[in-house]
Write a protein that binds this ligand. Sequence first.
Ligand code: PLP
Length: 373
Amino acid sequence: MSVPFVDLVGQFEDIGDEVMQAMERVMRGARFILGEEVEQCEAAFAQFCGVPHCVGVANGTDALHLALRALDIGPGDEVITAANSFIATAIGIASVGATPVFVDVNPQDYNLDVQYLEAALTPRTKAILPVHLYGQTADMDPILEFAKKHGLLVIEDACQAHGAQYHGRPAGSFGDAACFSFYPGKNLGGYGDGGAVVTHRDDVAKKIRLLRNYGQKQKNDFTCLGFNSRLDTVQAAVLLVKLRYLEQWNEARRISAGLYGEALADCDLVLPQEMPGRQHVYHLYVVQHEERDELLRTLTGKGIQCGIHYPTPIPHTLPFQGARMVPDGVPVCTELSRRIVSLPMCPKLTPQQILRVAETVEAFQPSASGVAS
Ligand SMILES: Cc1ncc(COP(=O)(O)O)c(C=O)c1O
């Protein structure tokens, strides 16, 4: 039995009729750019996140770029962020000419370690950009408190955390702005690229609406230098259908995580922890193993698709070489990047598939040479 990492084919079998009807309505109406489904999707997702505004954009990277630009972050400004994330987090910061400062993550939730905020602060610090990685929010209370004390902006990277909660509040409802990706494999994903910025700030929403559409207030009324970064009407129509299932799908992920926890309890792995007061939505189910590379080869060889999120801390990648790290280097993130593996996780994962993964991990015997047999 092979186990896919994510089963989008199976998901389409469940919701295909609804999706096709929604897409057909867009085709027949021919409002492909900023059609009514975009507004409907924005309203529904804003409500889901518990904020008054959502602005659909072309992808999550653009959501970060436009949110930072709308908040007037630019050259000379420093933005504190986590070393452990997809590189797009840092690309968003660099794309406005600001400087990312990478802080290490904590070994419990793998998110930005708040004990380093003080050391990361300089007179140039303008914002903190925490990432809610793998589907669990960062520790937002101390981050918000620190930001308030020092007059910093907060932008959440919630690209992996649709529906996650922190003390009962949804991811995306904490910062001056929060950024989401609707990349197909996300907990809420389209059939192509998509993204959104959500915010409780009227001024930020207004600015991003301009920025995403060439800086136009109305047709040919150009009020600022803008970009072309709109959420497609077709994607909005798909997302509207999928949003109705998101809570149910997140619950299925949480049940699968519980089953993994039981099935893997006696294996030589470090399992993910749901922190007190947080609701994890398991975008990824990330475990640690001392012989990660060999385990990964064994699982892959037996048809169990896995991933590594992420194999290189962002400040160790070529584009961000020389960036400041706090503390000196990012030892926890570096160690994690050597030990972590993401096991299959999606709402369609079955208990049988989970058992198959667990049996394979249990039977795994690392060889002394580190080469899988
Ligand atoms: C944490 C994080 N930030 C940003 C992004 C960028 O989103 P996108 O791929 O939609 O540009 C992603 C997704 O790939 C992500 O996982």
